[in-house]
Design a protein around this ligand. Structure first.
Ligand code: THU
Length: 145
């Protein structure tokens, strides 16, 4: 089974999904036309959202998750307890490899990561399932947040 988490009850994490979708409306994705929203719940209970911001110099564009993490840090929070990524279509949109690593900096292996869209949650995983044997702060002798 692909999902690392049991299916969520209908409506679970809907606040997170709605925050991601609200950010996705503002995506700047003129090149790919692929709009992505991300929302993070932190240990404090706050929710931070972001969306993708593309650039004519393609590699300079940033992912929705990166925007949400930047908002979280600017808001004074550091501990991620739940993540939602939303996008168009029926496929579950999971964080790209780089964003899995970005999330790892502020989350542990059991942190749920949901892939959703306008209609609800499509699939749920743990960070550990998406980024096994991750490189993290401990390898540098630093503590997790
Ligand atoms: N994108 C994200 O924002 N997050 C992901 O995890 C996957 C991809 C964006 C980057 C680019 O603007 C568009 O989706 C197509 O790759």
């Amino acid at each position: 089974m692909r999902d690392a988490l049991s299916p969520l009850a209908v409506g679970a994490a809907d606040d997170l999904r709605q925050a991601a979708e609200a950010a996705r409306v503002h995506a700047y994705a003129p090149y790919s036309k692929f709009t992505v929203g991300a929302a993070i719940r932190t240990a404090s209970g706050a929710i931070y959202a972001g969306t993708n911001v593309e650039n004519a110099a393609y590699p300079v564009g940033t992912c929705a998750e990166a925007g949400a993490i930047a908002a979280m840090i600017a808001g004074g929070d550091r501990k991620i307890v739940e993540v939602m990524v939303t996008g168009p279509g029926t496929a579950a949109i999971t964080p790209c490899g780089a964003c899995r690593q970005r999330i790892r900096e502020f989350a542990g292996p059991d942190t749920p990561i949901h892939a959703g869209g306008p209609g609800g949650i499509k699939a749920s995983f743990t960070l550990g399932a998406l980024l096994p044997e991750a490189f993290g702060p401990a390898i540098l002798g630093a503590a997790d947040v």
